[in-house]
Design a binder for this molecule. Structure first.
Ligand code: S3P
Length: 171
């Protein structure tokens, strides 16, 4: 795989789960933009929001995008929910959107084994009403930037992986 796959979508849609399963199945490396930022800042995303504010975090995302553009090829990159706004997104690889309704995502998070931890690490999901408004604000924009759209609610994980591989010409 020469080109990167850039996995985008709303918080909690399952980017991490899909990315890890894809990496294992197709023998590629997966990196995550939140993990990259946390390691560079030596701070959890939640703490970066608390101590430095959202604008600082967004700048970290842009810096990460610039680094990916310069240095990363042949890699699956799972992105934080707001990463789609970086100005060079389309230069980073094939953009794949994991798409689902807000209700489906909310239910996935609420019913997860570690639901509390999943919600606690996402500062923008602490208030359901605000999270829904953010979803509404972003849903069209996500679809606009995507090269490939995967309807995760209508597809099991295995089918998602095959669809991503086919559309991104991994196999
Ligand atoms: C955010 C999503 C989070 C994380 C940060 C901001 C967003 O990532 O980057 O809390 O703006 O939607 P996940 O999508 O992995 O939860």
């Amino acid at each position: 795989m020469k080109k990167n796959i850039i996995l985008i979508g709303f918080m909690g849609v399952g980017k991490g789960t899909t990315a890890r399963a894809f990496a294992k199945k197709y023998g590629v490396y997966n990196i995550d933009t939140d993990d990259l930022i946390e390691s560079k800042e030596n701070k959890e995303v939640k703490k970066i929001f608390e101590k430095k504010g959202e604008a600082y975090f967004r700048q970290c995302e842009q810096d990460t995008a610039d680094w990916i553009e310069q240095c990363v090829t042949g890699t699956l990159i799972s992105c934080g929910g707001g990463f789609y706004k970086v100005k060079n997104l389309k230069k980073l690889g094939t953009v794949v959107l994991l798409d689902a309704s807000f209700e489906w995502i909310h239910n996935r998070l609420k019913t997860a084994k570690n639901a509390e931890a999943k919600l606690a690490k996402r500062p923008l999901f602490s208030d359901e009403k605000k999270a829904k408004a953010l979803y509404k604000e972003r849903e069209t924009a996500y679809r606009k930037v995507a090269d490939v759209i995967i309807d995760v609610a209508g597809m099991d994980l295995e089918a998602q992986l095959k669809e991503i591989a086919k559309k991104c010409k991994v196999v």
